[in-house]
Design a protein around this ligand. Structure first.
Ligand SMILES: O=C(O)CCC(=O)C(=O)O
Length: 282
């Protein structure tokens, strides 16, 4: 586990350059087990190549991964990645999207884009999504290591779709995780090698934002009930600032059998004032 100074330094790099790399973060046996889980899933459930050019006709993307294998649960919860993402977004962040990105040989480079470009906010804007690309095999220039344009998260526009721009490949050894502000211009590189490039994209968004993947409806309630509590919160069984996401003044976490969720802000305010009046402080 990294320490606070290292978390701060990585967060500062994301603010400055738009990205940072946590090298060799994930142990080789865990990487092997995650790749094994993806292979088994592909074999057992017949997942094939994506159907659109943006997603990649030679790329296997498996969405809603949390429903497929318990081994995937540890990915959004990886403590170092979460700690850095929380420094950028805050502790009430949500899981935004979690999918595999398996680039097969012959996959052309993806158009450069930024993940928040459809959000109607003027650019540059505060960070609202942080993406973590997990390298499950070495990322090289040859096998399609993610292309990035350092500093582009501060530009006042998104890239023009399909246009070529100078970009650099994020090369990193297997087990590394690249975290970036999703406003950074990026895209998968071309896989000119004869092997697959295995990766995850596991992104987090601000707690007040709509998630890209709908985990509350997409993950069966009985599966979510078995998640560790922090994963339940990340999936949206939580209330941002005690206001956004409540159900009849209750925290949705109670739907998963948790005894008591967060107090809504209006109730919490009364409790706080009553305690202060009684001399009990806050
Ligand atoms: O596969 C990659 O390296 C990046 C993929 C990506 O940016 C996307 O699909 O939005």
């Amino acid at each position: 586990m990294l320490d606070d100074t290292q978390f701060d330094a990585h967060a500062e790099r994301i603010r400055r350059d738009g990205f940072t790399v946590l090298e060799r973060l994930v142990a080789p046996d865990i990487v092997a087990s995650l790749v094994g889980a993806l292979d088994r899933l592909e074999r057992d459930k017949g997942f094939g190549y994506a159907k659109t050019s943006f997603e990649g006709h030679r790329t296997i993307r498996i969405n809603n991964l949390l429903t497929h294998d318990e081994r995937f649960w540890q990915v959004p919860l990886q403590p170092d990645v979460l700690a850095v993402a929380e420094r950028i977004l805050d502790r009430e962040l949500l899981l935004h999207s979690f999918c595999s990105l398996i680039l097969g040989p012959g996959q052309p480079a993806q158009p450069l884009h930024e993940d928040t470009q459809l959000i109607p906010l003027p650019r540059p804007h505060v960070p609202i999504v942080v993406n973590a690309i997990w390298a499950l095999t070495d990322f090289t220039e040859e096998n399609g290591g993610t292309l990035i344009v350092p500093g582009s998260h501060r530009y006042d526009r998104a890239p023009e779709y399909g246009r070529a721009y100078p970009a650099q490949p994020a090369t990193m050894p297997a087990g590394s995780v690249m975290l970036f502000d999703s406003a950074l211009w990026h895209g998968a590189g071309e896989n000119r090698s004869d092997a697959r490039r295995y990766a995850f994209s596991c992104s987090y968004c601000a707690g007040w934002m709509r998630q890209q993947e709908n985990f509350q409806l997409g993950v069966p309630r009985e599966t979510a009930a078995r998640f560790p509590r922090r994963l339940q919160e990340l999936c949206g069984y939580s209330v941002y600032r005690g206001q956004f996401g409540h159900i009849d003044n209750h925290d949705p976490i109670e739907l998963l059998g948790q005894p008591r969720g967060r107090r809504m802000v209006w109730e919490a305010t009364d409790v706080k004032r009553a305690r202060a009046a009684a001399g009990g402080g806050t």
